[in-house]
Design a binder for this molecule. Sequence first.
Ligand SMILES: NC(=O)c1ccc[n+]([C@@H]2O[C@H](COP(=O)([O-])OP(=O)(O)OC[C@H]3O[C@@H](n4cnc5c(N)ncnc54)[C@H](O)[C@@H]3O)[C@@H](O)[C@H]2O)c1
Length: 287
Amino acid sequence: MRLQDKVAVITGGASGMGLATVMRFLEEGARVVIADYNAVTGEAAVAQASTAGFGDAVSFVRTDVAREEDVIGMLNSAIDSFGRLDVVFNNAGVGGAIGPLTETSVEDWDYTFDVLAKGVFLGIKHAARILREQGEGGSIINTASIAGISGDAGPLVYSAAKAAVINLTRSAAVELAPERIRVNSICPGYISTPLADGGRPERTRAAFAKAQPWPDYGRGEYIAGAALFFASDDSVFVTGEELIVDGGLTAAGPGISKTFPRSSARTAKYSGITKGSTGEEPVLRKL
Ligand SMILES: NC(=O)c1ccc[n+]([C@@H]2O[C@H](COP(=O)([O-])OP(=O)(O)OC[C@H]3O[C@@H](n4cnc5c(N)ncnc54)[C@H](O)[C@@H]3O)[C@@H](O)[C@H]2O)c1
């Protein structure tokens, strides 16, 4: 068990990839505080964990990650319930502001940044204070997105906030490394969750299975696996990193081979070498 005796707080742990991570961490021996805005799904998540035999190792605290007193409260509840803190997964999120740039209100910008960026800042800030006092290091994990590294993978304000999460992660990692507090982020691609699917999982899964190189759609369990790596001692020398978990979506980049199928290695009729403008002839072999 890779998280034996560790205590983790997971924001957004009531749904989607947060819930998948709650279950995985419990299976790996951790005790887990689920911190979520939604008390109905939060209690349902506790019930699910209890049914799976983890009733003594899980608790729920209703939290708005955009409110500093709530974030302090959720972290204190880990100490109160389980006596220590080792891992904080700042994962809660919403889609936030949508629509054209010119129609986006300051209020909608602020709400989006409050949840996605300020929420992560507060999670890091107060986790670091507790971990520093404990004096045994720790791991802070933040959910960013491939939207934070591209201009066309999510709504504009969401993408800007996720870019902020990636750099906040790096800066915090540098500042906290002397105390052996690691800070890393995960950049999911499309993961089938209530947030991404908007109530129509079949349609979204099929669309992304075509868009990304990997043939299967993304599952919360894949993010849980990445979070487990960052939470466990297997990643003891990894900090300030962003790990892309996207079935090759960003690796595929501009997708030239889809636009120009003859340039695709998978459908090519020839193999060999071309020599550009050198004046030398290509050497090709028909397949
Ligand atoms: N699903 C994807 O394809 C995808 C891709 C990239 C990044 N992400 C990010 O992954 C994270 C998890 O999303 P998900 O897809 O599992 O969505 P989800 O909707 O299934 O889960 C998100 C959880 O966050 C909670 N939450 C929302 N606002 C909150 C707040 N202010 N305080 C506390 N909790 C709050 C929700 O109640 C919900 O339980 C988010 O940060 C999201 O932006 C998702």
